[in-house]
Design a protein around this ligand. Structure first.
Ligand SMILES: Cc1cc2nc3c(=O)[nH]c(=O)nc-3n(C[C@H](O)[C@H](O)[C@H](O)COP(=O)(O)OP(=O)(O)OC[C@H]3O[C@@H](n4cnc5c(N)ncnc54)[C@H](O)[C@@H]3O)c2cc1C
Length: 418
């Protein structure tokens, strides 16, 4: 009764895919999930729309994971975006690709994906037990024998375990980092857990003053010791603690890495990236001349979002009630520099639970990239975010979870059947 061919721990995208694949190969599979409902995080992906993958070709896809992306090549060469979309297509689910390559279900519902996966594993005979927290791997003389759960004090026996417990962010969804201690108990090393895709806290009161302002089509440079280490364009928003939004999430991983080694990090916002310094100067000069009789603050209101104007006036220390024809060359230069280089000091990053993805995790050197199998303990597998893999936003993280889950499920079933 309590013995299974394969046990999967964690019913997120990686776990559901792994369990279904293992069962499809004919094995008796138990999927254990600590929450009362499975796939809570998957349901909120992409703001509930589920950005499931990306149209990027394999090389570009792999690059979005940074240095560790190479680990995914063997699995992606067997189960990549085309195969993932085909898998859902066979069940009648259709997708749309947006201009930036992000792919979503046609009905914009993450629930469609979750409901299908739950139905698919049920049809394949997977036993899903929710409300069961796995807290111990049973290993005897270097061999897996089963798992023990805290909540029901129950033991299940197996020689094949796939750990798909996710990262340590958004713990309310169930992903609270349990997989790291399970991995450690089996002798695995865990690469420094840290937030990736995380909002940033800004020094001083400037962010609070600008709270709620959203800037689109801006470019942000990350400056460390005055050196530009990366830059991205897009949309950002000011919050009560600092800055967030798609553009900030994209630069956040590199910011976190520099803050962790105690370096001072500044963001330089280019509010007018479409104009170089010379063009902007000519534009400002012509505007000031044309509208010589207007108040400077009135003109600023035409160029900038209303809520940004007091901050601009404050930072530049220019008399707002001056007429435009009273603005001198020095003041125009100050304005131009600010528009191209609105600088904010990053004080910190938000806590790990707020991260969209967790960076760090089970050391990839200890995992076989073809099977997701542990090189230390036979029959133990890892898939999804619990591994030391994280990518930019864009559907890359879900694809990695599905692909690694697919490989682990197939491999675990194959070892059992042979
Ligand atoms: C708000 C938000 C939006 C996102 N949007 C996108 C997006 O649009 N596209 C994209 O590619 N990525 C997105 N991501 C990232 C993506 O959701 C994750 O990378 C992905 O869900 C990881 O899948 P996983 O199966 O490895 O882990 P998870 O989805 O985290 O699932 C792990 C499961 O394991 C269970 N579990 C944990 N510990 C135990 C235990 N001890 N015993 C039993 N069960 C356990 C958890 O309850 C959970 O159900 C988003 C993330 C967030 C937070």
């Amino acid at each position: 009764m309590n013995k299974y061919d394969v046990i999967v721990v964690g019913a997120g995208p990686a776990g559901l895919m792994a369990a279904g694949q293992a069962a499809e190969s004919g094995t008796k599979v138990l999927l254990l999930e600590k929450m009362d409902t499975p796939a809570n995080k998957l349901r909120i992906t992409g703001g509930g729309r589920c950005n499931i993958t990306n149209a990027a070709p394999i090389n570009e896809f792999i690059k979005s994971f940074g240095m560790n992306g190479r680990f995914l090549r063997p699995v992606f060469s067997r189960f990549f975006s085309t195969e993932l979309l085909q898998f859902f297509y066979n069940a009648g689910i259709r997708f749309v690709t947006e201009a930036d390559g992000k792919i979503f279900p046609e009905d914009d519902k993450a629930d469609t994906i979750v409901d299908f996966l739950l139905n698919w594993i049920r049809e394949r005979g997977v036993t899903l037990q929710t409300g069961f927290t796995v807290n111990r791997l049973l290993i005897e003389n270097g061999k897996l024998t089963g798992i023990a759960g805290s909540s029901s004090d129950k033991i299940y026996y197996t020689e094949n375990i796939i750990i798909t417990t996710g990262g340590a962010s958004y713990p309310g969804t169930g992903s609270s980092g349990d997989g790291y201690s399970l991995a450690k108990s089996a002798g695995h090393t865990i690469i420094n857990i840290r937030p990736s895709l995380i909002p940033l806290e800004i020094a001083g009161n400037i962010a609070q003053d600008l709270q709620g302002i959203s800037l689109s089509n801006v470019t942000v440079k990350v400056l460390v010791n005055g050196k530009n280490i990366t830059s991205r364009s897009g949309e950002m928003v000011f919050t009560h603690y600092g800055v967030s939004g798609p553009l900030i999430l994209l630069i956040s991983k590199i910011v976190v890495e520099h803050l962790l080694i105690k370096q001072k990090v500044f963001l330089s916002i280019d509010l007018k990236p479409e104009m170089d310094d010379k063009t902007l100067d000519a534009f400002l000069l012509s505007e000031i001349k044309t509208h010589g009789k207007k108040l400077f603050k009135t003109l600023l209101n035409e160029w900038l979002q209303k809520k940004l104007v007091p901050a601009c006036i404050n930072l530049l220390n220019i008399q707002p009630d001056k007429l435009c024809n009273q603005i001198n060359a020095e003041e125009r230069k100050k304005l131009r520099i600010w528009l191209k280089d609105f600088r904010l000091e990053v004080k910190n990053y938000r806590p790990l639970p707020e991260a969209i993805v967790t960076a760090g995790g089970v050391n990839l050197k200890e995992i076989d990239p073809n099977t997701m199998g542990s090189k230390l303990i036979k029959g133990l597998y890892f898939a999804g975010e619990v591994l030391d893999l994280d990518a930019d936003t864009g559907g890359y993280n879900l694809q990695a979870a599905f692909s690694t889950g697919w490989a682990a499920g197939k491999a675990a079933a194959a070892t059992f059947l042979h």
